[in-house]
Design a protein around this ligand. Sequence first.
Ligand SMILES: [Zn+2]
Ligand SMILES: [Zn+2]
Length: 375
Amino acid sequence: MKKPPLILTNVLVFIITGAIAFIGVPVWVINHGIDWAEIGTAIFLFYFTGMSITAGYHRLWSHKTYDANIVVRVILAIGGAMALQNSILHWSSDHRIHHRHVDDNDKDPYSAKRGLWFAHIGWMLREYQEKRYDDYRNCKDLQKDKVVMWQHNYYLPIVLAANFGVTGFLGWLNGDILGMILVAGVLRLVLVHHVTFFINSLAHFWGNQPYTDANTARDNGVLAFFTFGEGYHNYHHIFEYDYRNGIRWYQFDPTKWLIRGLSYVGLTHNLRRVPEERIEKARAAMQLQRASEQVSVLPNAEELMHTIEQEYELLMQRMSDYYAAKKRLMKVKQKSLKRTIEGLELTYKYKELKHAFAVQKEKWLQLQSLSLQAA
Ligand SMILES: [Zn+2]
Ligand SMILES: [Zn+2]
């Protein structure tokens, strides 16, 4: 099949910025040196612009996982433009299609099934989407956001002012305009490009699938470290309306911490989370599926399957009981009835059910590892 024509602007932007970052900057540093102000600014802008994409473009605008104050929205819109990944409106439109038609080679704009290179950068190099380039019907909600439309209409001036104006001005203050533009402007831009592109490429290839194998998305703690927390991509694809990607406190997700932190000072609101019970259910269903597949090839498959199914049923039962009790207890707490007889009884019952659920979960996990060993 004939490939569509190259998009010259994009090809040149990637080649020129890449060459400056990987050849020009090292040569410059060897000849002129680098100072801490330049390194510090580059690191700051790396996080600022990268997280404008993850917290802004991705979790705020594409998925509406929380609401943000206008000041936050303007800052994220500027940071996102500085990351040079097209406007919020365009990016979100592509991304919503990616979720809706994930891995569909004809519809998903960066389908991982077309290979690592395509998902990483190849999709932007040719006119693969010429027909639907300006079709933003899946982002009607975003077209009502003045900040989104302002950024879309003045995208290029904002990009230039933010990338050259800001870094140039800081360089002037520091006594070396070109040095600052090279390090905190171009090198930082290229690094942010590739680490955020990893979310479309590597996060669909490398890692495990604890929640679903219905698509290629993976959870990967190493990748999360380089992608501002977006490495928990398997979770994200099944529960895209959660403002968190790494749901455990120990999972590295600075984007989640930023959104949460801003909520404490009233700058973000309505942070959406998927109820714990649904998350646990998805994980258990995936484990059941894996165990069935592994056991099916064994000589005593039927007998083993029977045990697994029985334990799974019991797990589901214990899980429902526990979460129902938890809900009741929350209600009692809200009404400040915790110290009444009813409240005390409920607390006792809750603890009992929590324990029963934990025991069954432990048993279930042991059964998982046994079937793994047997297979
Ligand atoms: Zn994805
Ligand atoms: Zn997403």
